[in-house]
Design a protein around this ligand. Structure first.
Ligand code: NDP
Length: 460
């Protein structure tokens, strides 16, 4: 290797993917630098998965108090103090971000707190932090919230980024969108006692998920007090003396104290100098990569949300490992995007892995569907109407379980384990040969005997 470069690898972006790639490569004896313009840990740790989960935990208490009362506890007027929570959350996020920075240091990675811009395929400019050169470059700059800029009044809305730092909890909020972030934050705000309305343009929330999951979720979140308005868009937003008025496409107007747009995220590529380095974008604005995360420039790779493949933290980490193995260990690897388990931390939460029923019908031909809806024993005890949904999609030709879908308490925990069975390609008979754990909700996954018939489906 020519000694003319400052680094063997320079990583732009210290989120989950970038940090993993930088550490592995430095631990392998290479000279590695990393630039981060904000805080170590990226979206997941600083303004995504981790703080979101703390907010979910905080908001779940309202339901927990209700359950406690159902079991005979006296829970007198519990109150929630948002500033206390925010302070504790920020301390913990600071601690976790510090661990990321410390681990980079321990691995021998040079860290630059700077915005990095490519000057050419080997040169990275970091303003007052200087200019460095690298033989190989990895771009892992993640994504940013996207809002429809042309919507009149859009300047008054917040995104998930601001939702983590609101000075006060609003009395009411309208959330636009029907994806992961919209549904998760609707649950968070409603649980914290905020009057919450979800407005989604499509026929049902969580597009891309199994239709039974979508219908079940819409019903369950309404039971938790969230007003769901489907099939309509914002036409404009107006700021008045008392709040923000949403003018919706169906003629409805609604005033709330806050409006949050969760209308998707876009790859963070602006101002990176990609054109100077020969890195091309897809038509959707993501960095174009091949199966080994290599960009259109020979010495530059990209992983994580900036490539807009499967925008999940564990996927970015796996892409980082595959990149490291391929590029630095002469062991070409490509991450396998099939049967990746995922969870929506809504209330109740969702856990899914594999194919939806409609995907399976297209991909597998004949399929069998097993579905159960039941009241979990914990909340049925005091007459709560919450229901859990579990669904297995089975390829009839070989009895293989190709999809598992759960809505209900602990669904994310269950789906991690069910994901092993789906990924391993186990058959329904093998699932059924596994003895149940009783009494649990998860036991339903190995005790579903009756296939859905057209009659049982129409009975719902
Ligand atoms: P999603 O892509 O999941 O959802 C965006 C939502 O906004 C969709 O409902 C979409 O509608 C709607 N939308 C898009 N454009 C408009 C518009 N112009 N007007 C009105 N509505 C619009 O994005 P999120 O921001 O929720 O999340 C981004 C990604 O981050 C997720 O896809 C996921 O990969 C990841 N993520 C994962 C989490 C987890 O693992 N728990 C948590 C949070 C995020 P339509 O469906 O009609 O397109």
């Amino acid at each position: 290797m020519p000694e003319t470069y400052d680094y063997d690898l320079f990583v732009i972006g210290a989120g989950s993917g970038g940090v993993r790639a930088a550490r592995l490569t430095a631990l392998g004896g290479k000279r590695v630098g990393i630039a981060e313009e904000y805080r170590y840990g990226g979206t997941c740790v600083v303004r995504g998965c981790v703080p979101k989960k703390f907010m979910v935990y905080a908001s779940e208490f309202s339901h927990i108090f209700e359950t406690a009362r159902g079991y005979g506890w006296t829970v007198d007027n519990p109150t929630f103090d948002w500033p206390t929570f925010l302070e504790a959350k920020d301390v913990e996020i600071g601690r976790l971000s510090g661990i990321y920075a410390a681990n980079l240091g321990k691995a021998g990675v040079d860290t630059f707190h700077a915005r990095a811009v490519l000057k050419d395929a080997h040169t990275i400019d970091m303003g007052d932090k200087g200019t460095v050169t690298a033989e190989k470059i990895l771009i892992a700059t993640g994504g940013r919230p996207w809002v429809p800029e042309d919507l009149p009044g859009i300047e008054h809305v917040i995104t998930s980024e601001e939702a983590f730092h609101l000075p006060q909890l609003p009395k009411s909020i309208m959330i636009a969108g029907g994806g992961y972030i919209a549904v998760e934050f609707a649950g968070i705000f409603a649980g914290l006692g905020v009057e919450t309305t979800l407005v989604y343009r499509g026929p049902n929330i969580l597009r891309g998920f199994d239709d039974d999951v979508r219908a079940h979720m819409a019903g369950e979140i309404e039971k938790r007090g969230i007003k769901v308005v489907l099939g309509c868009q914002h036409e404009s937003i107006e700021k008045t003396e008392t709040g923000l008025v949403s003018h919706l496409g169906n003629g409805m107007t609604l005033e709330t104290e806050q409006i949050m747009f969760a209308t998707g995220r876009v790859p963070h590529v602006k101002g990176l100098g990609l054109d100077k380095a020969g890195v091309e974008l897809t038509e959707h604005g993501a960095i174009k990569v091949d199966g080994h995360s290599k960009t259109t420039a020979d010495n530059i790779w990209a992983i994580g949300d900036v490539t807009d493949r499967m925008n999940l933290t564990p996927v970015a980490i796996r892409e980082a490992v595959a990149f490291h193995e391929t590029v630095f260990r002469n062991n070409p690897q490509a991450f396998d995007y099939e049967a990746v388990p995922t969870a929506v931390f809504s209330q109740p939460p969702v856990g899914v892995v594999g194919l939806t029923e409609s995907e399976a019908r297209k991909a597998c031909g004949e399929i069998d569907v097993y579905l159960t809806r039941f009241r979990p024993m914990k909340t049925a005890f005091y007459g709560d109407d919450e229901r859990t949904l579990m669904k297995l999609v089975v390829r009839a030709a070989d009895d293989r379980v190709v999809g598992c879908h759960i809505v209900g308490p602990d669904a994310p925990e269950m789906i991690q384990l069910a994901g092993i069975a789906v990924k391993a390609g186990l058959t329904k008979a093998q699932w059924d040969a596994t003895c149940a754990v009783h009494p649990s909700a998860a036991e339903e996954l190995v005790t579903m005997r009756d296939k859905q018939t057209p009659q049982s489906m129409s009975a719902g």
